[in-house]
Design a protein around this ligand. Structure first.
Ligand code: NAD
Length: 335
Protein backbone atom coordinates (compact mmCIF):
# COMPACT_ATOMS: atom_id res chain seq x y z
CA UNK A 1 0.00 0.00 0.00
CA UNK A 2 1.42 3.40 -0.98
CA UNK A 3 1.54 6.27 1.58
CA UNK A 4 -1.28 7.93 -0.38
CA UNK A 5 -3.44 4.79 -0.16
CA UNK A 6 -2.61 4.57 3.56
CA UNK A 7 -3.84 8.15 4.10
CA UNK A 8 -6.95 7.38 2.04
CA UNK A 9 -7.58 4.24 4.15
CA UNK A 10 -7.38 6.32 7.35
CA UNK A 11 -9.83 8.92 6.02
CA UNK A 12 -12.25 6.25 4.85
CA UNK A 13 -12.16 4.45 8.21
CA UNK A 14 -12.94 7.70 10.07
CA UNK A 15 -15.68 8.55 7.55
CA UNK A 16 -17.24 5.09 7.98
CA UNK A 17 -17.10 5.49 11.78
CA UNK A 18 -18.62 8.97 11.62
CA UNK A 19 -21.51 7.71 9.46
CA UNK A 20 -22.30 4.95 11.98
CA UNK A 21 -22.06 7.36 14.91
CA UNK A 22 -24.48 9.74 13.22
CA UNK A 23 -26.97 6.94 12.58
CA UNK A 24 -26.66 5.83 16.22
CA UNK A 25 -27.25 9.37 17.41
CA UNK A 26 -30.42 9.65 15.32
CA UNK A 27 -31.62 6.35 16.69
CA UNK A 28 -30.92 7.46 20.25
CA UNK A 29 -33.01 10.58 19.65
CA UNK A 30 -35.83 8.35 18.40
CA UNK A 31 -35.85 6.13 21.49
CA UNK A 32 -32.54 4.27 21.46
CA UNK A 33 -31.65 0.60 21.39
CA UNK A 34 -33.86 -2.02 22.96
CA UNK A 35 -32.57 -5.21 24.53
CA UNK A 36 -33.79 -8.23 22.55
CA UNK A 37 -36.12 -10.52 24.47
CA UNK A 38 -34.71 -14.04 24.34
CA UNK A 39 -35.68 -17.36 25.88
CA UNK A 40 -33.53 -19.10 28.51
CA UNK A 41 -30.85 -21.42 27.08
CA UNK A 42 -30.11 -24.01 29.77
CA UNK A 43 -27.80 -26.91 28.85
CA UNK A 44 -26.19 -24.96 26.03
CA UNK A 45 -22.50 -24.13 25.92
CA UNK A 46 -20.84 -21.04 24.44
CA UNK A 47 -17.28 -19.88 23.91
CA UNK A 48 -16.74 -16.11 23.71
CA UNK A 49 -13.28 -14.93 22.67
CA UNK A 50 -12.13 -11.70 24.29
CA UNK A 51 -14.87 -12.06 26.89
CA UNK A 52 -12.96 -10.29 29.66
CA UNK A 53 -13.58 -6.82 28.22
CA UNK A 54 -15.95 -4.59 26.28
CA UNK A 55 -18.45 -6.19 23.93
CA UNK A 56 -17.15 -9.70 24.69
CA UNK A 57 -17.69 -9.21 28.42
CA UNK A 58 -21.27 -8.05 27.84
CA UNK A 59 -21.88 -10.92 25.42
CA UNK A 60 -20.58 -13.47 27.95
CA UNK A 61 -22.69 -11.88 30.71
CA UNK A 62 -25.90 -11.92 28.66
CA UNK A 63 -25.39 -15.53 27.55
CA UNK A 64 -24.71 -16.51 31.18
CA UNK A 65 -27.89 -14.70 32.21
CA UNK A 66 -29.79 -16.88 29.74
CA UNK A 67 -28.43 -19.91 31.63
CA UNK A 68 -25.70 -20.95 29.21
CA UNK A 69 -22.42 -22.50 30.29
CA UNK A 70 -20.00 -19.77 29.13
CA UNK A 71 -16.31 -20.22 28.52
CA UNK A 72 -14.36 -17.02 28.11
CA UNK A 73 -11.36 -17.55 25.85
CA UNK A 74 -8.83 -14.80 26.31
CA UNK A 75 -5.28 -13.68 26.84
CA UNK A 76 -6.03 -11.44 29.81
CA UNK A 77 -5.47 -14.05 32.53
CA UNK A 78 -4.78 -11.37 35.17
CA UNK A 79 -8.28 -9.98 34.86
CA UNK A 80 -10.05 -13.29 34.29
CA UNK A 81 -10.66 -14.34 37.90
CA UNK A 82 -12.38 -11.06 38.78
CA UNK A 83 -14.43 -11.05 35.56
CA UNK A 84 -15.65 -14.62 36.01
CA UNK A 85 -16.67 -13.95 39.62
CA UNK A 86 -18.42 -10.73 38.62
CA UNK A 87 -20.49 -12.46 35.92
CA UNK A 88 -21.30 -15.39 38.22
CA UNK A 89 -22.53 -13.03 40.94
CA UNK A 90 -24.48 -10.80 38.59
CA UNK A 91 -26.18 -13.62 36.70
CA UNK A 92 -26.42 -16.20 39.51
CA UNK A 93 -24.92 -18.69 37.06
CA UNK A 94 -21.91 -20.70 38.29
CA UNK A 95 -21.17 -22.14 34.87
CA UNK A 96 -18.87 -19.35 33.78
CA UNK A 97 -15.16 -20.00 33.38
CA UNK A 98 -12.00 -18.71 31.75
CA UNK A 99 -9.59 -20.66 29.58
CA UNK A 100 -6.40 -19.05 28.39
CA UNK A 101 -6.19 -18.57 24.62
CA UNK A 102 -3.80 -16.16 22.93
CA UNK A 103 -5.25 -15.69 19.47
CA UNK A 104 -1.94 -14.25 18.31
CA UNK A 105 -0.37 -17.70 18.68
CA UNK A 106 -1.43 -20.74 16.66
CA UNK A 107 0.10 -22.98 19.32
CA UNK A 108 -1.90 -21.33 22.10
CA UNK A 109 -5.10 -21.77 20.07
CA UNK A 110 -4.35 -25.47 19.61
CA UNK A 111 -3.66 -25.85 23.34
CA UNK A 112 -6.93 -24.07 24.17
CA UNK A 113 -8.88 -26.44 21.92
CA UNK A 114 -7.19 -29.46 23.51
CA UNK A 115 -8.10 -28.21 27.00
CA UNK A 116 -11.67 -27.51 25.92
CA UNK A 117 -12.08 -30.93 24.30
CA UNK A 118 -10.80 -32.65 27.45
CA UNK A 119 -13.90 -31.34 29.20
CA UNK A 120 -16.02 -33.59 26.96
CA UNK A 121 -18.82 -31.06 26.79
CA UNK A 122 -20.76 -29.92 23.71
CA UNK A 123 -20.34 -26.56 22.00
CA UNK A 124 -23.43 -24.80 20.70
CA UNK A 125 -22.21 -21.23 20.21
CA UNK A 126 -18.81 -19.85 19.25
CA UNK A 127 -18.53 -16.05 19.31
CA UNK A 128 -15.34 -14.98 17.53
CA UNK A 129 -15.24 -11.60 19.18
CA UNK A 130 -11.68 -10.75 20.30
CA UNK A 131 -9.76 -8.16 18.37
CA UNK A 132 -7.30 -5.33 18.23
CA UNK A 133 -7.68 -2.14 16.23
CA UNK A 134 -5.18 0.11 14.49
CA UNK A 135 -2.19 -1.16 16.41
CA UNK A 136 1.29 -0.14 15.21
CA UNK A 137 2.93 -2.57 12.81
CA UNK A 138 3.57 -5.72 14.85
CA UNK A 139 3.67 -9.44 14.25
CA UNK A 140 2.01 -12.39 15.95
CA UNK A 141 4.10 -15.25 17.33
CA UNK A 142 3.85 -16.95 13.93
CA UNK A 143 4.98 -13.88 12.00
CA UNK A 144 1.62 -12.67 10.69
CA UNK A 145 0.66 -9.00 10.68
CA UNK A 146 -1.25 -8.59 13.97
CA UNK A 147 -4.70 -7.55 12.68
CA UNK A 148 -4.72 -10.24 10.04
CA UNK A 149 -3.11 -12.85 12.31
CA UNK A 150 -5.16 -12.27 15.46
CA UNK A 151 -8.52 -10.84 14.35
CA UNK A 152 -8.87 -13.12 11.35
CA UNK A 153 -6.42 -16.07 11.16
CA UNK A 154 -6.60 -16.84 14.90
CA UNK A 155 -10.37 -17.15 14.66
CA UNK A 156 -10.07 -19.09 11.39
CA UNK A 157 -7.96 -21.74 13.14
CA UNK A 158 -10.02 -21.75 16.33
CA UNK A 159 -13.27 -22.24 14.42
CA UNK A 160 -11.89 -24.99 12.22
CA UNK A 161 -10.51 -26.90 15.22
CA UNK A 162 -13.86 -26.68 17.03
CA UNK A 163 -16.08 -27.52 14.07
CA UNK A 164 -16.20 -31.28 14.73
CA UNK A 165 -17.51 -30.66 18.27
CA UNK A 166 -20.03 -28.13 16.96
CA UNK A 167 -21.28 -30.56 14.30
CA UNK A 168 -21.84 -33.18 17.02
CA UNK A 169 -23.51 -30.63 19.30
CA UNK A 170 -25.99 -29.22 16.77
CA UNK A 171 -29.06 -31.09 15.59
CA UNK A 172 -31.71 -30.42 12.93
CA UNK A 173 -33.98 -27.72 14.31
CA UNK A 174 -31.39 -26.79 16.94
CA UNK A 175 -28.24 -25.79 15.08
CA UNK A 176 -24.94 -24.89 16.65
CA UNK A 177 -23.87 -21.36 15.67
CA UNK A 178 -20.58 -19.70 14.75
CA UNK A 179 -20.44 -15.91 14.78
CA UNK A 180 -17.73 -13.50 13.76
CA UNK A 181 -17.74 -9.93 15.05
CA UNK A 182 -16.90 -7.73 12.08
CA UNK A 183 -17.31 -3.99 11.69
CA UNK A 184 -18.58 -1.26 9.38
CA UNK A 185 -14.92 -0.69 8.49
CA UNK A 186 -15.16 -3.85 6.34
CA UNK A 187 -17.13 -1.71 3.86
CA UNK A 188 -14.02 0.28 3.09
CA UNK A 189 -11.68 -2.72 3.38
CA UNK A 190 -9.59 -4.09 0.56
CA UNK A 191 -8.29 -7.63 0.50
CA UNK A 192 -4.78 -7.40 -0.80
CA UNK A 193 -4.17 -11.02 -1.82
CA UNK A 194 -0.64 -10.21 -3.03
CA UNK A 195 0.33 -8.67 0.30
CA UNK A 196 -2.05 -9.91 3.01
CA UNK A 197 0.54 -9.06 5.68
CA UNK A 198 0.80 -5.41 4.60
CA UNK A 199 4.57 -5.77 4.37
CA UNK A 200 5.06 -3.31 1.49
CA UNK A 201 3.46 -0.28 3.12
CA UNK A 202 1.66 -0.72 6.40
CA UNK A 203 -1.53 1.15 7.18
CA UNK A 204 -3.08 0.34 10.58
CA UNK A 205 -6.47 1.49 9.26
CA UNK A 206 -6.22 -0.57 6.10
CA UNK A 207 -4.98 -3.59 8.07
CA UNK A 208 -7.88 -3.44 10.55
CA UNK A 209 -10.45 -3.02 7.77
CA UNK A 210 -8.88 -5.90 5.82
CA UNK A 211 -9.09 -8.22 8.85
CA UNK A 212 -12.78 -7.39 9.31
CA UNK A 213 -13.45 -7.92 5.59
CA UNK A 214 -11.65 -11.28 5.75
CA UNK A 215 -13.93 -12.37 8.61
CA UNK A 216 -17.01 -11.72 6.48
CA UNK A 217 -15.63 -13.72 3.53
CA UNK A 218 -14.67 -16.49 6.00
CA UNK A 219 -18.16 -16.78 7.54
CA UNK A 220 -19.86 -16.81 4.12
CA UNK A 221 -17.58 -19.55 2.79
CA UNK A 222 -17.92 -21.55 5.99
CA UNK A 223 -21.69 -21.31 5.76
CA UNK A 224 -21.62 -22.65 2.19
CA UNK A 225 -19.40 -25.56 3.25
CA UNK A 226 -21.62 -26.40 6.23
CA UNK A 227 -24.78 -26.21 4.14
CA UNK A 228 -23.25 -28.43 1.41
CA UNK A 229 -22.28 -31.00 4.07
CA UNK A 230 -25.77 -30.84 5.63
CA UNK A 231 -24.17 -29.93 8.98
CA UNK A 232 -26.39 -28.65 11.80
CA UNK A 233 -24.14 -25.62 12.24
CA UNK A 234 -24.63 -22.10 10.88
CA UNK A 235 -22.20 -19.22 10.42
CA UNK A 236 -23.15 -15.54 10.53
CA UNK A 237 -21.48 -12.16 10.85
CA UNK A 238 -22.41 -9.52 13.42
CA UNK A 239 -21.62 -5.82 13.37
CA UNK A 240 -21.89 -4.19 16.83
CA UNK A 241 -21.88 -0.56 15.65
CA UNK A 242 -19.56 1.98 17.27
CA UNK A 243 -19.20 1.01 20.91
CA UNK A 244 -17.62 2.71 23.93
CA UNK A 245 -14.80 0.26 24.76
CA UNK A 246 -11.01 0.20 25.12
CA UNK A 247 -10.62 -0.84 21.49
CA UNK A 248 -9.90 2.78 20.60
CA UNK A 249 -6.61 3.13 22.47
CA UNK A 250 -4.55 3.33 19.27
CA UNK A 251 -6.73 5.72 17.25
CA UNK A 252 -5.95 9.36 16.41
CA UNK A 253 -5.87 11.49 19.62
CA UNK A 254 -8.74 13.71 18.39
CA UNK A 255 -11.01 10.68 18.11
CA UNK A 256 -9.97 9.56 21.60
CA UNK A 257 -10.83 13.01 22.94
CA UNK A 258 -14.27 12.99 21.27
CA UNK A 259 -14.86 9.51 22.67
CA UNK A 260 -13.88 10.64 26.15
CA UNK A 261 -16.13 13.70 26.06
CA UNK A 262 -19.14 12.43 24.13
CA UNK A 263 -18.72 8.63 24.00
CA UNK A 264 -21.54 8.15 26.52
CA UNK A 265 -23.90 9.79 24.01
CA UNK A 266 -22.49 9.07 20.51
CA UNK A 267 -21.32 5.52 21.11
CA UNK A 268 -23.27 2.43 22.06
CA UNK A 269 -22.67 1.05 25.54
CA UNK A 270 -20.92 -2.36 25.60
CA UNK A 271 -24.29 -3.95 26.49
CA UNK A 272 -25.96 -2.31 23.48
CA UNK A 273 -22.99 -3.36 21.33
CA UNK A 274 -23.39 -6.97 22.48
CA UNK A 275 -27.08 -7.32 21.66
CA UNK A 276 -26.61 -8.29 18.01
CA UNK A 277 -24.10 -11.00 19.04
CA UNK A 278 -26.44 -12.34 21.74
CA UNK A 279 -29.41 -12.20 19.38
CA UNK A 280 -27.53 -14.04 16.62
CA UNK A 281 -26.32 -16.62 19.14
CA UNK A 282 -29.74 -17.69 20.36
CA UNK A 283 -32.72 -16.22 18.51
CA UNK A 284 -35.12 -18.79 17.02
CA UNK A 285 -35.57 -16.33 14.10
CA UNK A 286 -32.17 -17.47 12.80
CA UNK A 287 -32.60 -21.21 13.30
CA UNK A 288 -30.92 -22.95 10.37
CA UNK A 289 -30.07 -19.61 8.77
CA UNK A 290 -26.50 -18.63 8.01
CA UNK A 291 -24.42 -16.49 5.71
CA UNK A 292 -26.04 -13.28 6.98
CA UNK A 293 -24.56 -9.94 7.98
CA UNK A 294 -26.46 -8.67 11.02
CA UNK A 295 -26.50 -5.11 12.29
CA UNK A 296 -28.85 -3.89 15.04
CA UNK A 297 -30.36 -7.41 15.02
CA UNK A 298 -31.39 -7.07 11.37
CA UNK A 299 -29.99 -8.57 8.22
CA UNK A 300 -28.21 -6.09 6.00
CA UNK A 301 -25.98 -6.23 2.92
CA UNK A 302 -22.24 -6.44 3.35
CA UNK A 303 -19.71 -5.11 0.87
CA UNK A 304 -20.37 -6.46 -2.65
CA UNK A 305 -17.07 -8.35 -2.95
CA UNK A 306 -17.88 -10.39 0.17
CA UNK A 307 -20.36 -12.32 -2.01
CA UNK A 308 -17.63 -13.19 -4.53
CA UNK A 309 -17.42 -17.00 -4.28
CA UNK A 310 -13.99 -17.19 -5.96
CA UNK A 311 -12.54 -14.66 -3.52
CA UNK A 312 -14.09 -16.52 -0.57
CA UNK A 313 -12.57 -19.78 -1.85
CA UNK A 314 -9.17 -18.23 -2.52
CA UNK A 315 -8.94 -16.65 0.93
CA UNK A 316 -10.06 -19.91 2.55
CA UNK A 317 -7.39 -21.92 0.68
CA UNK A 318 -4.66 -19.44 1.61
CA UNK A 319 -5.81 -19.41 5.24
CA UNK A 320 -5.70 -23.22 5.37
CA UNK A 321 -2.10 -23.11 4.14
CA UNK A 322 -1.13 -20.42 6.66
CA UNK A 323 -2.67 -22.23 9.64
CA UNK A 324 -1.89 -25.82 8.62
CA UNK A 325 -5.54 -26.87 8.21
CA UNK A 326 -6.64 -29.39 5.57
CA UNK A 327 -8.79 -27.66 2.96
CA UNK A 328 -12.06 -29.62 2.66
CA UNK A 329 -13.52 -27.27 0.04
CA UNK A 330 -12.76 -29.41 -3.04
CA UNK A 331 -14.05 -32.64 -1.44
CA UNK A 332 -17.22 -30.96 -0.20
CA UNK A 333 -18.21 -29.23 -3.42
CA UNK A 334 -17.17 -32.04 -5.77
CA UNK A 335 -18.78 -34.87 -3.84
N1 NAD B 1 -15.82 -1.01 19.91
C1 NAD B 1 -16.30 -0.79 18.69
O1 NAD B 1 -16.74 0.31 18.36
C2 NAD B 1 -16.31 -1.89 17.67
C3 NAD B 1 -16.87 -1.63 16.41
C4 NAD B 1 -16.91 -2.63 15.45
C5 NAD B 1 -16.36 -3.87 15.75
N2 NAD B 1 -15.81 -4.09 16.98
C6 NAD B 1 -15.22 -5.41 17.23
O2 NAD B 1 -15.74 -5.94 18.43
C7 NAD B 1 -14.80 -6.86 18.99
C8 NAD B 1 -14.65 -6.57 20.48
O3 NAD B 1 -14.03 -5.31 20.63
P1 NAD B 1 -14.26 -4.35 21.89
O4 NAD B 1 -14.74 -3.08 21.35
O5 NAD B 1 -15.04 -5.04 22.93
O6 NAD B 1 -12.74 -4.13 22.33
P2 NAD B 1 -11.98 -4.39 23.71
O7 NAD B 1 -10.60 -3.86 23.49
O8 NAD B 1 -12.77 -3.88 24.85
O9 NAD B 1 -11.95 -5.98 23.80
C9 NAD B 1 -11.14 -6.75 22.95
C10 NAD B 1 -10.92 -8.10 23.59
O10 NAD B 1 -10.05 -8.88 22.74
C11 NAD B 1 -9.10 -9.50 23.57
N3 NAD B 1 -7.86 -9.79 22.87
C12 NAD B 1 -6.97 -8.91 22.34
N4 NAD B 1 -5.88 -9.56 21.91
C13 NAD B 1 -6.09 -10.88 22.15
C14 NAD B 1 -5.32 -12.04 21.95
N5 NAD B 1 -4.09 -11.99 21.43
N6 NAD B 1 -5.86 -13.23 22.30
C15 NAD B 1 -7.07 -13.29 22.86
N7 NAD B 1 -7.84 -12.22 23.10
C16 NAD B 1 -7.34 -11.02 22.76
C17 NAD B 1 -8.83 -8.50 24.70
O11 NAD B 1 -8.24 -9.13 25.83
C18 NAD B 1 -10.23 -8.02 24.97
O12 NAD B 1 -10.87 -8.89 25.88
C19 NAD B 1 -13.51 -6.68 18.18
O13 NAD B 1 -13.42 -7.74 17.26
C20 NAD B 1 -13.73 -5.38 17.45
O14 NAD B 1 -13.02 -5.33 16.24
C21 NAD B 1 -15.77 -3.14 17.95
Amino acid sequence: MSPLSAARAALRVYAAGAAVVLAQLLRRCRGGFAEPVLAPQPDRVAIVTGGTDGIGYSTAKHLARLGMHVIIAGNNAGKAHKVVRQIQEETLNDKVEFLYCDLASLQSIRQFVQKFKKKKIPLHVLVNNAGVMMVPQRKTRDGFEEHFGLNYLGHFLLTNLLLDTMKESGSPGCSARVLAVSSATHYIGELNMDDLQGSRCYSPHGAYAQSKLALVLFMYHLQRLLAAQGSPVTANVVDPGVVNTDLYKHVFWGTRLIKKLFGWWFFKTPDEGAWTSVYAAVTPDLEGIGGRYLYNEKETKSLTITYDLDLQRELWARSCQMTGIIDMTQDTFSG
